[in-house]
Design a binder for this molecule. Sequence first.
Ligand code: NDP
Ligand SMILES: CCCCCC/C=C/C(=O)O
Length: 495
Amino acid sequence: MTAVHENVSATGLPDGTATQLFIGGQWRPASDGGTFTDLNPATGRPLVDVAAGTGQDIDDAVRAARAQLNGEWGSLPGAARGRILNRVADLIERDGEILARLEALDVGKPVGQPTMLDIPMAAGTFRHFAGWADKITGQSIPTAGYFGQPTHSYTVREPVGVIGAIVPWNTPLMISAWKIAPALAAGNTLVVKPPEDAPLSILHLATLLEEAGLPAGTVNIVPGLGEIAGDALAAHPGVDKISFTGSPRVGRIIAKRAADTFKRTTLELGGKSPQIILPDADLEAAINGTAMGLFFNQGEVCAAGTRILVHRSLYSQVVDGLAAAASAQVLGDPFDPATTMGALVNAKQRDTVLDYIAAGRSEGARVAAGGGRPDGDGFFVQPTIFADANNDMKIAREEIFGPVGTVIAFDTTDEAIAIANATDYGLAASIWTRDVSHAHILAGKVRAGAVAVNGWAPIDPALPWGGMKTSGTGRELGWAGIEANTEEKVVTIIL
Ligand SMILES: NC(=O)C1=CN([C@@H]2O[C@H](COP(=O)(O)OP(=O)(O)OC[C@H]3O[C@@H](n4cnc5c(N)ncnc54)[C@H](OP(=O)(O)O)[C@@H]3O)[C@@H](O)[C@H]2O)C=CC1
Ligand SMILES: CCCCCC/C=C/C(=O)O
C-alpha cells in the first residue's frame, strides 16, 4: 500500500493525492506491490510512497491502450475527441491550485511558477490540440496516371498507434500535456511513464482525464523507475512510438531500444543554449531576460540560456548585472511568496551542479556570484555566474541543469555565431539587438530549433518545439505535433 509519510498538513499534500498506477481506467498498486519514495526537494524529507510499475504493469497498460485503439476511442470522430480535450483543459484550469501545489512540493519550484507557466501551458496545449482534432486532413494529389489509365490519389493521416511517453521531472505536467494532447487529438492511445522524482501532478492529471470522459485505457499512467518501467515501455513490441524528454544518455538508450522494433521516436534532449547580447541591445532588457533564461525553474530547463555571449564593449556591465540578478534571488520555501528560486530536484542533481561549479573554478573561470550551497535543509544551490570564461570549458560545453551561467566575451558577430554553434546541442538560442533586420540574418545562422529575438524561450502550443544535433530528433506541438503522431497513407484509385 502507498503511504503518506507525515500527516497531510505536514507534507502539504492535498487530500486524496493519487499515488497508484492508472491502467485500463482502474487505480491499482504495482503488480509486485512495490513502491518508491517521493521526496520534497525543499526539505529533503519523504513526501509520499508511490506505486512502482513493473514490466508486467507496462504490459497490462500497453494491452489496455491497444484495446482502446481498436475500441471506442479508435472509432470516435475528431470533433468528439476535441470535445474531450477541451474538457480536460477546463479541468486543468479548475484544479490549477492543486496542480501548482503538487508541482511545488514535488519539483521544489516556487508555487507561483507553475501557476504562471506550467498550468496555463498544459491547459492551453489541450485546448490547442482540441482544435486540431477535427482538422487532420490529407491532400488530393494529381499524378500522370497508371499504365494509361487515369487515377485519383489522396492521402490520409492515421494515428501512429500506441504511444509511450516518458516524461522528465523538471516540468512534468506541461511536458506530459505536450505528449498526451497531440497524440489524443490524432486518435492515438498512450502509456505514460512519469518521472520518479515528480510523478504527482501527472497522476492528478490522470484523475482529470478520467473525469473528462476519456474511455478507460485510452491514457494509462504507470509511475515507476526508469530502468524498469521506462525500459519496459521503450522495449515493448506493442508500442508504436516513444516520445521522450530527458537526458541524451537515456535518449540514446531509448533510441536503440526503439530501433529493435522500428518504433517512431521524438527525443527532446536538452541543450546548452546561447544568449547573444549584441552591442546595440537594450541592455536592461537583455540582462533581465538573460537572467530569467538562466534562473527560471532553478535553471532546470532544457532551453536554459546558460552560455551568455556578450560583446566585449558590454561585458563588465552584463557580468555585474547578472551577478546582481543572481544575488537578488531569494531561495527558500516554495510556498513563501518572497521566494523566487526553489530547490533542485534531488541530492544527486544538487551535487552534480556543485561539481560543475567546482569544475568551472578549477578551469580558471571567475565566480562573479554564488558558487556554493546555502546552509540548511533541502537541495538548494546558490545562483551562480561565471565570468572570464571561454567556450572550451566544461561549464560551457555540458548541460548543467541548475542555476549556473557562463559569460563569454566576443568581438565580432561572426565570432558570436561561431561560439553559439560550437556546441553538441541545438535546442534554443536568444539574440538581443535593436536591429531586427540583423536579427533575421543571425537567426538563420544559429543551429537551434528555436531562436528568440529580444526574449528567452517564448514557447506556445502552436509553435513546433524540438532540437538539432544532440538536442534530439523530431518536433512536438503545433501542426508538427500532429505530423509526429500520425502516419501518412496514400490511397490511389485506378479509374
Ligand atoms: N531535456 C530536458 O528537459 C531534461 C534534461 N535532463 C537532463 O538529464 C540529466 C539527468 O536527469 P535525469 O532525471 O537522470 O534524466 P533522465 O533522462 O534519466 O530521465 C528522464 C526520464 O527517463 C526515464 N528513464 C531513465 N532511465 C531510463 C531508461 N533506461 N529507459 C527508459 N526511461 C528511462 C526517467 O525515469 P526516472 O525518473 O525513474 O529516472 C525519466 O522519466 C539532467 O541533469 C539534465 O541535464 C533531465 C530532465 C529533463
Ligand atoms: C519559459 C520556459 C521555457 C520552457 C521551455 C520548455 C521546456 C522544456 C523542458 O525543460 O524540457
